[in-house]
Design a protein around this ligand. Structure first.
Ligand code: PMT
Length: 408
């Protein structure tokens, strides 16, 4: 078995009770067991009856090195370690995949099988890696159940977005085993950004024209939310200052909702005051309407003139107010990517800038992206990948550059 890396050494000797539920993602959980064990965890697998329709208990027994538990009524297993004792055994209960059904049953305190009974009988932290069809995930019943569990202290690991086993595309995919393993390490308080506070902007801004109309852009917030999640997984305490999006708040991240560029500026300056790293992924409107109409504008003439005035530049204001902050910008370009990005790096006095091509259906509101990252004296290409994966790669790079500067 591979030796754990220094940053994962916190997992060494940790006991993880892995609940496996009935979803196609159950096949990935065997690899998750392997990854956790490589990092030094002891893993006890508990399967639901439905999980065994997807993967056999023998597989999990082989990879975990322990007999799988699956029943409250297994006399031999109960004699070796009763379920109440088993509920006290782990440092963490991790349920992956967590199906809509299991999430609902846990939210309502059911205890009609071994896994739900253990969750009810345990005072150990619970982490859930959901996996289900996108409509099941988005359903208000599932969202209410998830909110109930989060309010009780459960940690949510995912889900990710992308192509699903059912052929649809959207949010509901179980995170990859390595991502779950890293998130578990962060839950145990490890990670290169442990104790570091990050303020990150995401999404579009809306600049009002009148009470019902506004100027905005195509940003969905996906890139910023993915980066916020990845930074949290590296141990950072993350505040996400978000324009209007349809996205769920990433687990463990604090979100502040704003609409206009001026509101985003105020919220960012406030958060930057107690953050070491500030990141601008938001597509901030460069101009706003000088005097938004108080009442809905009537269709009276053939044309309408709007006078626009320049919005403040949030990252430049942050740099002015907090000269020591590590400030990372994005550059959205339709031409001369490197030239424009480097000009923004210098003009806004940033520590790093992540440039992406936009237009022709690129970057904005897409699930995939590619980045070219520049800093003073260096650069790195991050080739096309899902925004979740890119967020992880960029978070690693930010952590490396920030740590290097902090150590200098
Ligand atoms: O949200 P998605 O759909 O996932 O799309 C992701 C994205 C394309 C929006 C993202 O990857 C991205 O490129 N974000 C920056 C968009 C942008 O406004 O870039 P810019 O080149 O105009 O601005 C440069 C930098 O200055 C950015 O960090 C921006 O947040 C910041 N800025 C811009 C204007 C302003 N008034 N204040 C700022 O701080």
């Amino acid at each position: 078995m591979q030796k754990p890396s220094a940053s994962l050494s916190i997992l060494s000797g940790r006991r993880v009770l892995l609940g496996v539920c009935g979803g196609i993602a159950a096949y990935k959980s065997a690899d998750l067991v392997r990854r956790l064990r490589e990092s030094g965890c002891e893993v006890q697998v508990v399967m639901t009856a439905e999980a065994q329709r997807f993967v056999g208990a023998q597989t999990f027994q082989a990879v975990s090195g322990r007999p799988v538990r699956d029943s409250l009524w297994d006399e031999a297993a109960e004699a070796a370690m009763g379920h109440i004792e088993l509920a006290r055994w782990p440092d963490l209960i991790l349920i992956a995949p967590a199906t809509a059904n299991t999430i609902a049953r846990l939210a309502h305190g059911h205890a009609d099988d071994l896994l739900s009974t253990l969750c009810l009988a345990s005072d150990r932290p619970i982490a859930l890696a959901p996996a289900m069809n996108r409509l099941m995930w988005a359903h208000p019943a599932t969202q209410a159940n998830v909110a109930t569990l989060i309010a009780r202290g459960a940690q949510l690991l995912g889900p990710g977005s992308g192509e699903q086993a059912c052929g649809e595309t959207g949010a509901g995919r179980m995170w990859e085993p390595l991502q779950i393993r890293d998130a578990v390490a962060a839950l145990f308080g490890d990670g290169p950004l442990n104790g570091v506070r990050v303020a990150i902007t995401a999404g579009p801004t809306r600049e009002p024209i009148d009470p019902v109309r506004f100027i905005t852009n195509r940003s969905s917030g996906k890139m910023g939310y993915a980066l916020a999640q990845a930074l949290h997984q590296l141990g950072a305490e993350v505040t996400l200052i978000s324009g209007p999006t349809a996205l769920a708040v990433p687990a463990g991240v604090r979100r502040v909702d704003v609409e206009t560029a001026e509101q985003m500026l105020d919220a960012t300056l406030h958060s930057a005051g107690h953050s070491q790293i500030v990141i601008g992924t938001a597509a901030v409107a460069d101009y706003r309407v000088a005097a938004p109409a108080e009442h809905k504008i009537k269709k009276k003439s053939d044309g309408l003139d709007l006078t626009l005035v320049k919005n403040p530049d949030i990252l430049s204001e942050v740099r002015k107010a907090f000269p020591d902050a590590f400030v990372v910008g994005f550059a959205a370009e339709t031409e001369k990517l490197a030239e424009h990005a480097l000009e923004k790096l210098t003009r806004k006095r940033l520590d790093m800038i992540a440039a992406n091509w936009v237009g022709d259906g690129r970057a904005f509101d897409q699930d995939h992206n590619a980045l070219h990252v520049f800093w003073n004296g260096g650069e790195r290409e991050l080739p096309s990948a899902s925004k979740t994966e890119l967020g992880r790669q960029l978070a690693d790079l930010i952590a490396q550059r920030y740590t290097r500067r902090a150590d200098a």
